[in-house]
Each structure stands twice: as C-alpha cells, then as structure tokens.
Unconditional design. Structure first.
Length: 171
C-alpha cells in the first residue's frame, strides 16, 4: 500500500505516491532528484544526510518521507545564490577559503547543520564550535579547518548584522 507524500523542497513542491517505509533521504535523492544530500551510515550517526525540516536540522536517514509530508525541507542545493553566476553562501565560501573539506562527502551535512547556528556562534570558542559540529563526522580532516571556517562565517555574519559577538558568552 502506498501513501501520498507532498513536501516543499527548496521552494518546489514534490508530490509522489511512495511506500510508507521510504526514507526521507531516499525521497530527496530518488524522487526529487536532489543528490546533494548524502547517505553515509544510514542510522543517524554520521550526519551526512542532514537537511533542514522547517528550518531545523534533521537526519533525513532517520525519518520516513511520510513524516515530512506537509513540511518544508531545505537541502544544500538551496544554499548558493543562483542566477547568471552562482554565488556561494557565506558559510560555503568560508569552507572554501579555510580548506574545510577534503573529499567533500560530509560537507553538505555540516553546512545544513551549521547554517542555522551561525548567529549563535558569533564569538564562540573553539570548544563551543566543536560542540556544535559534534553530530557530524568527517573521516578526512582533523576538524581544525572546519572550526576555522565556522569562526570566519560567524565573524562575517557579525560584521554584516552587527551583533558584536553578543550572541554567545564571553569573547
């Protein structure tokens, strides 16, 4: 028996008849044809499949597509500013500049997990940033460049929005 799933992904509506056991990660990749969401461990440990459900980071390998029906999903494909020339999201730009990726498999999950947290990470310590990324695993880096990228993105966010490091504790 199939179920109707209707979700908005990156502003576009996708409605499909699917098996109730279809994972959200598989719906995104196979039904919506958006392959930026990666599937790593398939049991919620690595964070590679992280997307934003109504603005909150979730592991798409731990949700059924039917659970997301009626909700809004944002994937890594929505981060860059499209148009005639694609401009990277400030967090993506910081990852690029700080060499915060190697193979890139885990990067979409890091980006989707971190993007809503950037305002709260203005002025954060390295330990606070490491805590923020604790749910995402990378097998290629030592995480220091990822921490540096988050710090750079938060600094740029602060400069643009004028929070002056007041979003978190002491500087």
């Amino acid at each position: 028996m199939t179920r109707t799933v209707a979700v908005t992904i990156n502003g576009a509506t996708f409605e499909r008849e699917v098996e109730p056991r279809l994972l959200l990660s598989d719906f995104i990749r196979h039904e919506a044809k958006l392959t930026g969401t990666h599937v790593g461990c398939e049991h919620g440990v690595c964070g590679a499949c992280t997307v934003q459900l109504d603005g909150t980071p979730v592991r798409s390998c731990l949700m059924f597509a039917v659970q997301a029906s009626g909700h809004s999903i944002r994937t890594v494909e929505a981060m860059a500013d499209g148009g005639s020339e694609t401009r990277l999201h400030p967090l993506q730009q910081a990852f690029h500049e700080e060499h915060a990726l190697q193979c890139g498999f885990c990067t979409p999950g890091f980006l989707m997990s971190l993007e809503p947290l950037i305002p709260a990470l203005v002025g954060a310590s390295d330990d606070e940033i490491r805590e923020a990324i604790a749910g995402n695993l990378c097998r290629c880096t030592g995480y220091q460049n990822i921490v540096s990228a988050v710090r750079l993105a938060a600094k740029r966010f602060d400069a643009q929005h004028g929070t002056n490091g007041s979003a978190t504790g002491p500087e």
